[in-house]
Design a protein around this ligand. Structure first.
Ligand code: FMN
Length: 158
């Protein structure tokens, strides 16, 4: 079977041109990241926002869910839409990923490299592992984030 690939910006070119080199990014938050929150955040300086996480299965089958999920407006850009299980090679828009860290730096770095190989164009690392929730949230593991950055980043911008 022949692979049909789609031309699109990738890596830092994608970040610079499509995301306008956004530095002030509002992290996604379940039950908060809807349009009204995004527009309020932008009014106070946010340069890039996320939608809430969408369930890809329901999205394809339920028109009401789809209509609510797609609420946006021209001022609500650039915007990262949270879905996954879609394919970098087939989509016209770049794929970004967001991960928590594993219990070791090595496994975290391996996982990040795997995402890069799979076509991830922009990776966000939440520096806490799966257990670090609620009262166990604690401090983010900045050394894990640093290790991922050192392995994946080949360009520097000032
Ligand atoms: C109330 C709340 C809801 C969140 N919901 C999501 C979510 O839906 N998807 C996601 O990827 N991260 C979610 N996160 C994680 C944040 O996007 C962010 O990665 C995390 O809070 C780390 O940033 P911090 O160290 O500034 O807290 C949520 C965080 C909070 C506090």
């Amino acid at each position: 079977m022949t692979e049909e690939r789609v031309d699109k910006l990738g890596g830092f070119e994608f970040w610079k041109k499509t995301l306008h080199s956004a530095k002030y990014v509002v992290a996604p938050m379940v039950d908060h990241s809807e349009l009204a929150w995004r527009m309020l955040s932008r009014r106070y300086g946010a340069e890039l926002c996320y939608t809430p996480m969408y369930h890809a299965g329901i999205f394809t089958k339920d028109p009401v869910y789809r209509k609510e999920a797609l609420q946006s407006c021209p001022e609500d850009r650039p915007l990262i839409v949270q879905v996954l299980s879609l394919c970098h090679a087939k989509l016209k828009v770049p794929i970004t990923c967001k991960i928590r860290v594993f219990h070791t730096i090595e496994k975290t770095v391996e996982y990040a490299k795997m995402l890069e190989r799979a076509g991830c164009q922009l990776l966000t690392v939440h520096g806490r592992n799966i257990e670090q929730k609620g009262r166990l949230t604690g401090i983010a593991k900045w050394e894990f984030i640093k290790a991922v950055k050192q392995v994946l980043c080949c360009y520097y911008y000032y």
